[in-house]
Write a protein that binds this ligand. Structure first.
Ligand SMILES: Cc1cc2nc3c(=O)[nH]c(=O)nc-3n(C[C@H](O)[C@H](O)[C@H](O)COP(=O)(O)OP(=O)(O)OC[C@H]3O[C@@H](n4cnc5c(N)ncnc54)[C@H](O)[C@@H]3O)c2cc1C
Length: 316
C-alpha cells in the first residue's frame, strides 16, 4: 500500500514526459467502465519520464500496475492503493520501417495499426479487426483470433525490465502461446512487426471472416473481453469453447448485482450499470465452480485481475 507521505516525492517527478494525478478516477480507462480509483495515476509520455517513474516506484516499494487500453483488465476493488502506470506521447508513434516492417509504440491502439499497415500496402494483422486495446497489452497477452496471435508477427521488441534495464528482444528469444507471452514480465516500449505485401482481395476476405466471428460478441455493452481461456478437453486434448461450456451449464444471463453473463456470448461478463469488482469476482467464482462441478473442467482466467485475492497482474 502506498502511504500519503510518499505522494510528495511522486508529485515532484511530474514534469516533461510524466503526468501525475492523485486519487485518480480510472472508470473511463477500462472497457468494463467499472468504478475504480487509484491512489496515483502516472502517465509517462517519454522514455525519460518512464525511467524516472520506475526508479521512484522501486524506491517507494509500492504496488504498481501497468495499464494499457484496459480492455482485458478487471480491478477487483473500488480503490487500488498503489501506482497505476500508463503510456502515451512518444509511445504512440507508428511508422513504416521499410522492408514490410511496421514499427509501433506500446501505446498504439490496435485499430490504428491495422489501418496503418493497410495504408502501407501490408497485411497480416486482419485477425485484430474489432479487437480493442493497445500494442503493449496485446503483446503481453498474445491477443488474437483463430490460430493467430500478435506475437506471431514480431520481428523484435524493445522493453525495459522491472529493474530498469533496456533490452531488444527478437521473436525467437521469448516464449508465447495461446493468450500468453512471457513478455508480460517486462514493460514493453515498442515493437516491429514483419507483415506481408497487400493482396486487397485476400485482405478483405480475412476482414469479413473476422468481422463475422465478432457478431456474437456484446460490443454494445461494457465488458473486458473473454473472461476465461478456452480449455482443452481432458480426454481428447481438443480445444473447447469456454463460452459454449458456460452456456451448456445454463448460465447465460445469470446476474450477481451489477455483473451479468452476456446472453450473446457466455464467456463475456458485462457491466449492468453501477458495478464494482466484488460482483465480478463473485460471478467469476460461481461460473468456475458450476462448470467444474458439471464437467470436471477447471477454467483458467484470460482477464487480468488487479488487486484482491485473485490478483494476477501487479508489477511490484
Ligand atoms: C469487446 C471486446 C472484444 C475482445 N476481443 C478479443 C479478441 O478477439 N481476442 C483477444 O485476444 N482479445 C480480445 N479482447 C481482449 C483485449 O482486447 C485484448 O486482450 C487486448 O490485447 C488488451 O489490450 P489492452 O491494451 O487493453 O491491455 P490491458 O487490459 O490494459 O492490459 C492487459 C495486460 O497487459 C499488460 N500490459 C499492458 N500494456 C503493457 C506494456 N506496454 N508492457 C507490458 N505489459 C503491458 C497489463 O499490465 C495487463 O497485465 C476483447 C476485449 C473486448 C472488450
Amino acid at each position: 500500500m502506498i502511504r500519503r507521505t510518499q505522494f510528495d516525492s511522486l508529485l515532484r517527478l511530474a514534469g516533461p514526459g510524466l503526468d501525475i494525478r492523485l486519487d485518480a478516477d480510472l472508470t473511463p480507462q477500462t472497457s468494463m467502465r467499472m468504478h475504480t480509483r487509484a491512489a496515483v495515476h502516472a502517465h509517462a509520455t517519454s522514455p525519460n519520464g518512464l525511467m524516472r517513474l520506475m526508479r521512484e516506484s522501486r524506491r517507494l516499494d509500492s504496488p504498481a500496475f501497468l495499464l494499457g487500453g484496459g480492455c482485458n483488465t478487471l480491478f477487483a476493488t473500488s480503490r487500488f492503493d498503489g501506482i497505476v502506470f500508463s503510456l502515451g506521447g512518444d509511445f504512440n508513434r507508428l511508422e513504416y520501417a521499410g522492408g514490410n516492417i511496421v514499427r509501433a509504440g506500446a501505446g498504439v491502439k490496435l485499430g490504428r495499426i491495422v489501418t496503418f499497415a493497410r495504408e502501407c500496402g501490408l497485411m497480416g494483422l486482419e485477425f485484430l479487426t474489432m479487437v480493442p486495446g493497445t500494442v503493449g497489452g496485446a503483446l503481453a497477452g498474445n491477443a488474437g483470433a483463430g490460430n493467430w496471435g500478435l506475437c506471431d508477427f514480431v520481428e523484435n521488441v524493445i522493453l525495459t525490465t522491472r529493474d530498469g534495464f533496456l533490452a531488444n528482444v527478437r521473436r525467437n528469444q521469448f516464449r508465447y502461446g495461446y493468450r500468453y507471452s512471457d513478455l508480460r514480465e517486462a514493460i514493453l516500449l515498442e515493437a516491429e512487426f514483419r507483415l506481408e505485401p497487400l493482396d486487397e482481395t485476400e485482405r478483405r476476405r480475412r476482414v469479413e471472416e473476422y468481422r463475422a466471428k465478432k457478431t456474437n460478441q456484446p460490443f454494445n455493452e461494457p465488458s473486458s473481453g473473454c473472461i476465461f481461456k478456452n480449455p482443452k478437453d481432458p480426454e481428447t486434448g481438443q480445444t473447447i469453447s469456454a463460452g459454449k461450456l458456460i452456456d451448456e451449464c445454463g448460465l447465460k444471463g445469470y446476474t450477481i448485482r451489477s455483473a451479468r453473463i452476456s446472453e450473446r456470448h457466455a464467456n463475456f461478463i458485462v457491466n449492468n450499470g453501477d458495478s464494482c469488482g466484488e460482483d465480478f469476482l463473485a460471478l467469476i467464482n460461481l461460473v468456475r465452480d458450476i462448470v467444474h462441478q458439471k464437467t470436471g473442467i477447471e477454467l483458467e482466467l484470460e482477464v487480468q485481475i488487479v488487486g484482491g485475492p485473485m490478483s494476477s497482474a501487479i508489477l511490484t
